[in-house]
Design a protein around this ligand. Structure first.
Ligand SMILES: [Zn+2]
Length: 252
């Protein structure tokens, strides 16, 4: 009989502990969802407050394409994505980074094709759960013939918004990176087919072309690529009048 109160205290202590956890989770959720604590720039700019998924292609076990000199696509993609993030952030555009280090998202035990599938599934899931306005996949091209060169932007066929985004970025790539007659084209990428927001894959150049590979090895050139993509994104958002109206409505 004398033990009874002790048991009650233990149960109460346990409940108190669980209660404390629930309370801290609730506070955490409230802080996270509280818009006043997020950095919101004035609505005067049509780009501030937008959200972009930045996906540096490949990474970790998957190097992507490779130049003759040994330059790896995964490293170029990541460096350009990080440079682009800086520009977008300064304009008040929030970046959801798929990766910020040399890594992949596959299961360590699986075979390579399964690893690749799982890696892409993770990226698609992250993009779709982010609530972002657009998706940007950064890649570099490679082709058996060395003569092909030039950055090119791809979009999912029959998606006018993605096509408009691709056109805006391609125009800036052509204007800022020298002669480039390539046009934006529909591309059958899983990342574009399975993500729910307008999106593009930007192939920043051909690693199989020695001159372009040398350019991409240069930090200043990669900075120019990042700036070109940034200006393309800004142009796209500026012309997204309907999106701006929706955001204004949301503020009322
Ligand atoms: Zn690639």
């Amino acid at each position: 009989m004398a033990r009874k109160p002790t048991i009650i205290i233990i149960i109460n202590g346990g409940l108190l502990y669980i209660g404390a956890i629930i309370l801290s989770l609730a506070i955490g959720w409230w802080i996270y969802r509280e818009p006043a604590l997020r950095i919101e720039l004035p609505i005067m700019s049509p780009v501030s407050g937008r959200k972009v998924v930045l996906d540096a292609g490949h990474g970790g076990i998957d190097p992507g394409a490779k130049s003759e000199s040994g330059l790896l696509e995964k490293e170029i993609n990541l460096d350009i994505a990080l440079k682009l993030k800086r520009h977008l952030s300064m304009a008040g555009i929030y970046c959801v980074m798929i990766r910020e280090t040399d890594r992949d998202f596959s299961d360590s035990g699986a075979e390579l094709p399964t690893k690749k599938k799982r890696d892409l599934s993770y990226r698609i899931r992250t993009a779709n759960q982010s609530g972002a306005d657009i998706y940007l996949g950064i890649h570099a091209n490679s082709f058996p013939q060395r003569i092909y060169r030039g950055a090119q932007t791809f979009y999912a066929e029959d998606d006018p918004q993605s096509k408009r985004l691709a056109k805006a970025i391609q125009a800036q790539l052509a204007a800022r990176l020298g002669p480039n007659r390539r046009r934006p084209r529909p591309g059958d990428y899983r990342m574009l087919n399975d993500t729910q927001m307008p999106g593009v894959v930007i192939e920043v150049g051909f690693l199989s072309n020695p001159e372009e590979a040398r350019n991409l090895e240069d930090d200043d050139y990669r900075e120019q690529v990042a700036q070109a993509i940034f200006h393309g994104v800004v142009d796209y958002f500026r012309k997204s009048r309907s999106g701006l109206r929706e955001r204004l409505k949301g503020l009322k």
